[in-house]
Design a protein around this ligand. Structure first.
Ligand SMILES: [Fe+2]
Length: 363
């Protein structure tokens, strides 16, 4: 489906962010992941659990169930499912049919994110989760924002496309982070195994009122924007502001922001969006009138993300009306198209390997 070729949706044998850690607790949480309902909760010991979210008896959502000990109990006829997905109790009979079970997903908790492997649990490889230490997300010296979350009324690749084409900063975010001629600046593209990177160096960039007010940066700056897409749904990078005339290899930034986005397919036409950032306090505390992580800075960040979420839902609205869409491609699309192709290649590789692409149990 657009923007992919017909029949291509999302790779299953990959890690995706499913929830913020704080969202998962001793109350069942339902969230669609790659078109499947999943129920999330924590055991008494605090371990996160993800089970297929549909009772195999009558299809009632386990997300409406009750957490009892380490199990989830269906709220319709009381079937009880343990952390490995097996049914341990049926109120109306003693014998448990062997097919009365739900899939248990592999999950992993890193920083404040709960990751899920929607595909074959036997193939889940923790080494495929981007190393949060290397990314600087767990750096204790940096000021981090707890991740924000949106359920977006648009297919996930629209959001990936958005993050793969930062020329939109100059237009959609003209009032906030669009300072400097981002769209007119030559993009450098790099790529490796499973990732693509966009780099821009913008000399003599104009600073928007938003940056001046929320970040305490004055006048013209040299600006460096980097965003790396680790397919199929994680983006990380930085936005750095330097004194005009700086050598980016050696200069100390006036402001250094690390940026993190996670995009996860929910249904065919909706997705989950998690976003966070981390700021080097040495640069963020430049202005005594702009202490780090103030309510106003958070509200401003919210405005930027909401602009993207609104744009994606508007595109989806028209896609829904038209069915499909033939896009015109521009020079600026080279990077985004490479990222898209990478996701498509992951999906196709699974289709060529039936064992790796097998559909979850019970569906
Ligand atoms: Fe954006």
């Amino acid at each position: 489906m657009y923007p992919f070729s017909a029949g291509l949706y999302a790779p299953r044998n990959r890690w995706y962010v499913a929830a913020r850690s704080a969202e998962v607790g001793r109350v069942a949480l339902e969230r669609f992941i790659l078109d499947e309902p999943v129920v999330f909760y924590r055991t008494e010991a605090g371990e996160a659990v993800a089970l297929a979210g549909r009772c195999p008896h009558r299809g009632y959502p386990l997300g409406r169930g009750r957490i009892d000990g380490d199990a989830v109990v269906c709220g319709y006829h009381g079937l009880r499912f343990e952390v490995d997905g097996h049914c341990s109790h049926i109120p109306s009979q003693d014998v448990i049919p062997p097919n009365c079970r739900v899939k248990a997903f592999q999950v992993a908790e890193h920083w404040e994110w709960l990751w899920i492997w929607p595909g074959d649990p036997a193939l889940a490889d923790l080494a495929l989760i981007p190393d949060h230490r290397t990314l600087g997300l767990t750096d204790p010296d940096w000021i981090k924002r707890s991740p924000l979350y949106w359920q977006v009324e648009g297919r996930y690749q629209l959001l990936n496309d958005n993050l793969l084409d930062l020329t939109h900063l100059s237009v959609l975010h003209a009032d906030t982070i669009g300072g400097g001629d981002v769209a007119g600046t030559q993009e450098r593209h790099e790529e490796g195994d499973g990732w693509v990177r966009s780099l821009r160096w913008i000399p003599n960039a104009h600073v928007t009122d938003w940056v001046r007010e929320s970040r305490g940066i004055e006048g013209q700056v040299d600006r460096e924007i980097m965003l790396t897409f680790a397919a199929p749904g994680f983006h990380f990078g930085h936005d750095r502001y330097f004194p005009v005339g700086s050598d980016p290899a050696t200069a100390t930034p006036l402001l250094d922001i690390r940026i993190f986005h996670a995009v996860t397919p929910a249904t065919q036409t909706t997705c989950h969006y998690f976003a966070s950032s981390a700021v080097d306090p040495a640069t963020f505390e430049l202005s005594a009138t702009h202490p780090p992580d103030t309510a106003s800075a958070s509200a401003s960040a919210l405005k930027i993300f909401t602009e993207d979420v609104d744009a994606i839902s508007e595109i989806e609205r028209l896609l829904g009306a038209a069915g499909t869409f033939e896009e015109v491609r521009l020079r600026a699309d080279v990077h985004a198209l490479r990222g898209r192709r990478m996701v498509q290649e992951m999906i196709r590789a699974e289709q060529l390997s039936p064992a790796a692409a097998k559909v979850p149990d019970g569906h």
